[in-house]
Design a protein around this ligand. Structure first.
Ligand code: PLP
Length: 430
């Protein structure tokens, strides 16, 4: 159990969250190593060890910081990065370049240059112009790189529009139009500068239903067969993305096997019937590994009770450390960490401190009677929280600690006011 009530305080992975708030200040991101490792172990049991020739590439956009990348490296995972910055962080902690794959719908020439220079294991091509760009860079460096094409399978998954990626009208991926798709495949197969490895899709995020993954598979498997027919070429790798949903409020997280077993069954039986060898299968989970492993601690400040309307309980963070509620109405659950054993019977909304009416972290939640100085813990903030943190209203980005079986270690220092203005310069005429 990573969440426990001990003497009325919320304990997280064996650590008293109230003491953590005192020791490091708030807002504070707290990440549980035990929870992350348990998700990774589930993936090892139900995927990597169960099916041959499979890999997990942690989608680091969910939480790309040195300590977490180090953990993924030690756990033998591969890594998905989507920018020069994410790649730089991974290389900085010694993540083996050959285990890194580079995704992104508009990789900049300098980012591709950097990735090829470092020798990343895969570049996942996401647009028709990208192959040419990669070939030019490879030619200049006299290096070859392994590539896959990210395709848009044209299936709509059931999630918020901002995190649905597999439908035809999407900025991501190459459309499966014959006159576009097959020439692109031929160019990659014929290229002197890339090894064409295979295909990639990612249908969306925070999914609880496996049908969009399965529909996308049905589509892509036929294209794989057609590639063999047209070009006598067998792809080596198929990447089916991430997107596995987690619990924020009352959703129930499905085990990985709910998604992976039917997908693997479909894949295995397809290739058994075909004349082709089964390619290696890669998944790219992000949120499901780190999401529930993170909580954010805040200190309660002003409380505004509008009689007969609403009670606002304001905390010392908000859309700067977690923009998801303001960005796409993401829902969260929280508790008062120092009143964890008290009855939650006061209906309030948790508001942030930013100058935006939309800066509401949780709309309508029951908590014990809150007072200034209480520590509020918001659950499931491990994914896309710190990753999307920003300095709106010049609020510093919070610190983060990693906890494990009662131990805590600072992994991100709190940003200072000085840090925030260090790149700002007065104009030369001032
Ligand atoms: C290409 C790709 N792979 C993997 C992921 C990770 O998705 P999730 O965090 O939902 O597992 C994303 C997220 O948007 C993505 O775009």
């Amino acid at each position: 159990m990573i969440i426990e009530n001990r003497k009325g305080n919320l304990y997280f992975d064996g650590c008293d969250t109230v003491s953590l708030a005192k020791k490091y200040g708030t807002p504070l991101y707290v990440y549980s190593q035990t929870e992350m490792v348990s998700r990774i172990n589930e993936l090892k049991d139900c995927f990597i060890h169960k099916y041959k020739n499979t890999r997990v590439a942690y989608a680091s956009k969910a939480l790309n910081i040195k300590a977490i990348l180090k953990l993924m490296e030690k756990e033998d995972l591969s890594l998905d990065v989507v920018s020069g910055g994410e790649l730089y962080t991974a290389i900085d902690i010694g993540f083996p370049a050959e285990r890194i794959e580079f995704n992104g719908n508009n990789k900049l020439p300098e980012e591709l240059d950097m990735a090829i220079e470092y020798g990343v294991g895969r570049i996942i091509i996401d647009g028709l112009q990208e192959l040419k760009l990669i070939e030019e860079i490879c030619q200049n460096k006299n290096k070859k790189v392994n590539v896959l094409y990210r395709i848009t399978p044209g299936v709509k998954s059931d999630s918020h529009d901002y995190i649905v990626t597999g439908k035809k009208d999407s900025k991501f991926g190459i459309p499966l139009d014959d006159d576009v798709f097959y020439p692109a495949i031929k160019d990659a197969i014929d290229s002197d500068w890339v090894n064409f490895y295979g295909l990639h899709f990612h249908v969306g995020s925070q999914l609880f239903d496996n049908t969009s993954h399965l529909k996308a598979l049905d589509i892509i498997l036929d294209y794989i067969e057609e590639i063999k027919k047209r070009f006598n070429y067998e792809i080596k790798e198929l990447n089916v993305g991430g997107g596995f949903g987690i619990q924020y409020t009352d959703e129930e997280r499905k085990p990985y096997s709910y998604f992976l077993d039917p997908m693997m069954e479909k894949i295995e039986s397809y290739f058994k019937k075909s004349e082709m060898n089964r390619p290696s299968i890669v998944i790219e989970p992000g949120r499901s590994i780190v999401g529930e492993a993170g909580i954010t601690l805040y200190t309660v400040g002003s409380i505004k009770d509008i009689s007969g309307v609403k009670k606002y309980v304001s905390v010392d963070g908000g859309m700067t450390d977690n923009i998801r509620p303001a960005l796409y109405e993401a829902k969260y659950h929280g508790v008062i960490a120092n009143k964890f054993d008290k009855k939650a019977d006061d209906l309030v909304s948790i508001s942030g401190k930013c100058c935006e009416s939309g800066d509401i972290l949780i709309e309508d939640i029951k908590i014990p009677l809150a007072e200034a100085g209480d520590i509020l813990a918001v659950f499931s903030t491990g994914a896309y929280g710190y990753s999307m943190a920003n300095n709106y209203n010049k609020n510093p980005i919070p610190a983060a600690v990693l906890v494990k079986d009662g131990k805590d270690s600072l992994i991100i220092k709190r940003q200072s006011y000085k840090d925030m203005i260090k790149n700002e310069i007065l104009a030369s005429w001032m």
